[in-house]
Structure formats: C-alpha cells, structure tokens
Write a protein that binds this ligand. Structure first.
Ligand code: ADP
Ligand code: MG
Length: 255
C-alpha cells in the first residue's frame, strides 16, 4: 500500500489538439505533507490541477497519477472526488439555482451507501461549525453556489466545500488570490485545521505570502509544464526576492 499522491511523467495536451501543456511532470506528495507549487503565469499549474481532477478539456497522452493505490486516470471526475480527491478552483464556477447548503449536502449524500440518508441536524451543525471557522455569514447557506459572490467569498466557499467533504488529498489552486490579509489568515487556518498524518495537500500559489500561514514541507517550481526545482520553504522566499528567471537560467546552465 503506497501512501502518497504520485504523479509520474505526466504529459497532457489540450483535448483534440497537439498543444502540449504538461511535459513529463513528476511530483510526489506523501500523506502528512503539504507541498507548494509556485511558478510564472502560463506554466501549466492550473492545467495540472484540472488534469488531476479529470477535466475533459485536456487529454493525458502519457504518465500516471496514483492516489495511494488508485490510478486516478482510470476514474471519472465524480469517482475521483468520492475516492478522496478535492480541487479548490482558481476560478470557481457559479451555479445559479442550486443553494450552497443543498450542493454540499448532495456531494456528501453521494458518498453514502445506497439507501442511507444524511442526518439533516448533524449536517447543519457541521456546516455551521465550518462556516463559523471560516467567518462566513449563515446567509451563504441559502444563496446559490458562488452566484454573485465576490472573489474572496468564492475562495472561502471553496474551502468550506473542502472542509465539509474532508478529502484525503486536496489541491488548492491560487486560493489566496482575491483574499485580503484577514481572509487569507482565516482560510489558512481552515487548511491548517485539516492538516494531519492522513492528509496530503498541494497548494498552488503565485505569492509566498500564503506560505507564511500554510507552511509547506516542500516547495516546487513549475515552468513550461514541468517541475524544474524543489526545495524547502526557504525556496519560496528566494523566489519572492529574485523572481523565477534565475531558476530557469540555472537549469539552462546545467543542461
Ligand atoms: P498557470 O495556471 O500556471 O498560469 P495554465 O495551466 O492556466 O497556467 O495555462 C498554461 C498554458 O496553457 C497557458 O498558455 C494557457 O493559455 C494554455 N491553456 C490552458 N488551458 C487551455 C485550453 N483549454 N485551451 C487552450 N490553451 C490552454
Ligand atoms: Mg493558474
């Protein structure tokens, strides 16, 4: 039994084209660890997260994604979710007409064996607890999912879904963007609350600021569809200070 989320030689194109975005990417996140990916815009970070989730805009042409002993690439999107994978989107979708409370409840219901019903009282108790933790007003239970939410409200809502679904492995794609410093702290606290020996996290971020609050075990740099450098949390500070060009220059010098 392996205990990690392991990506090997992942290659992916935009579906139906020869435009390759992921170019032999390798990454392993052992359970119990938080890894961060930083990298310039357009390096393929969101594509990586969407390919992991099973987004059909992309076609995997080579490689594997093993979540413990399950090959995610063999599963449909909903099966990946029920198997314990979660993605907090960089750009969360709005779902007019579906209330937040019903949306999360349906996702939880889908995890239960046939014939078993969610206990409504326990459900709302747990939902309110998580909303309190994230500083979310109760009115968000009745509002349509992300419909008319501000950027920051959408990001908190992604984290609310994560806390409720309690995945084994979670990827957060630029969850910090659109958050002011107070919201950032609260969201980080939500993640830190979930951290533990049985969970693995991949935090994608453009800024090192988030990593002051969610302290990563490993920091990776992504460029042009690959992980080109990995290090400890001091690498994030170095990137903040010096930008990304020195990493690519270093790589070119050793090639
Ligand atoms: P990042 O999240 O690192 O900023 P993305 O994964 O969003 O990068 O995008 C990587 C590159 O792939 C960008 O040049 C982007 O325009 C391109 N790309 C991503 N998805 C698509 C798509 N569905 N169709 C065409 N190009 C895409
Ligand atoms: Mg992105």
């Amino acid at each position: 039994m392996s205990n990690s989320l392991r990506i090997e030689n992942l290659n992916a194109n935009v579906e139906g084209t020869d435009q390759q975005i992921l170019k032999g990417l390798n990454l392993e996140i052992p359970k119990g660890e938080v890894h961060a990916i930083m990298g310039p815009n357009g390096s393929g970070k969101s594509t990586l997260s969407k390919v992991m989730a099973g987004n059909e805009e992309y076609e995997v042409t080579d490689g594997s994604i093993l979540m413990d002993d399950t090959n995610l690439l063999d599963l449909d999107i909903d099966e990946r979710s029920r198997a314990g994978f979660f993605l907090a989107f960089q750009y969360p979708h709005e779902i007019p007409g579906v209330s937040n409370a019903n949306f999360i409840r349906a996702a939880l219901q889908a995890r239960l064996p046939k014939g078993e019903e969610i206990d409504a009282v326990a459900y709302y108790k747990s939902l309110y607890e998580k909303m309190d933790l994230l500083g979310m007003d109760r009115k968000f239970t009745a509002r349509s999912v992300n419909d008319g939410f501000s950027g920051g409200e959408k990001k908190r809502n992604e984290v609310l879904q994560m806390l409720m679904l309690d995945p084994t492995y979670a990827v957060l794609d630029e969850t910090d963007s659109g958050l002011d410093i107070d919201a950032l702290r609260i969201v980080a606290e939500g993640v830190n609350n979930m951290r533990g020996p049985d969970k693995g996290f991949l935090v994608i971020t453009h800024y090192q600021r988030l990593l002051d609050y969610i302290v990563p075990d490993v920091v990776h740099v992504m460029a042009d569809g690959q992980i080109i450098k990995s290090g400890d949390k001091s690498l994030a500070l170095e990137l903040e200070e010096k930008g990304y060009d020195w990493v690519t220059a270093e790589l070119a010098a050793t090639a």
